[in-house]
Design a protein around this ligand. Sequence first.
Ligand SMILES: Nc1nc2c(ncn2[C@@H]2O[C@H](COP(=O)(O)OP(=O)(O)OP(=O)(O)O)[C@@H](O)[C@H]2O)c(=O)[nH]1
Ligand SMILES: [Mg+2]
Ligand SMILES: [Zn+2]
Length: 291
Amino acid sequence: MTEPGLLLKGIGSFYEVLTESGEVVTSKARGAFRREGLVPTVGDRVLIERKEQGYAQMTEILPRRNLLVRPPVANVDQLLIVVSASAPEPDWLLVDRLIIAAKRTGVDPIPVLNKIDTASDAIVGQFRSEYGAFHTLTVSAETGEGLDALRMQLTGKVSCFAGQSAVGKSSLLNALFPNLRLETGGLSRKTERGRHTTRHAELWPFGSGAVLDTPGFSMFETECLEQDELDACYPEFADAAPCRFPGCMHISEPDCGVKPLLASGALSKGRYERYREIALEYQMRRKHRYD
Ligand SMILES: Nc1nc2c(ncn2[C@@H]2O[C@H](COP(=O)(O)OP(=O)(O)OP(=O)(O)O)[C@@H](O)[C@H]2O)c(=O)[nH]1
Ligand SMILES: [Mg+2]
Ligand SMILES: [Zn+2]
């Protein structure tokens, strides 16, 4: 009898699989995986078969919804994109780029404002107006404020954290998983990287879901996006009236449906200004696509 599970972690040729009953079962991969070129990956939904004696066997890797690289993790549901309410000053352009990368990978982006214990009203207001089209969270790893809502958001899903250095990704992971004991301080870069080269990333079970223990995802888009593909990464644009020209970049074209969203407030000025920068970049890439 096989049962479904979530691959949390690989150690050599053994894999830890979280079953639906919440049990973690150490399993060996079927030898045929290697011949078939299949690499069991953290986040994989798998089938295992328990044995009367010895280890359970992983008999099947179910089709993946997506696969992130560096570190490899499959079937990611959501990316928590962390920014700090105080130092370091938010890099909104990075947030917007991570949103695009997530959406293109089929991952839900969730902007998270951390360090709200140090926040001014202005920064909270700005964050809310910039990302009003998204599901957002405001939290403090320090005081624990907002962590219940974060926990609810994580339950039943496979989640990863991303964001610039020192925004508090490791602090948030530590607050959620006290046993994790990640180094914090923002200067942890080097040591964390050093440590992570000696072991693979692993998922920490959370409810029926799990959270990747490695913050600082870099999953940058290098592919060439068509204008309509870029449009699809901006939920704000969904309310726009159709533009007169197909492939409208919403910059200087007449009868553009997107630009009126600025006046109505459905699209923030900051989001639009950064959008222009990003759109022009993709236009440039499309031009040089075959160089
Ligand atoms: N006041 C306050 N400080 C925080 C909060 N969260 C984290 N910090 C501090 O911010 C600094 C950086 O936190 P880290 O958790 O190391 O940040 P990081 O995002 O993991 O940084 P890298 O590993 O370099 O990417 C540390 O000194 C933390 O104590 C918070 O909610 N409030
Ligand atoms: Mg860290
Ligand atoms: Zn337009």
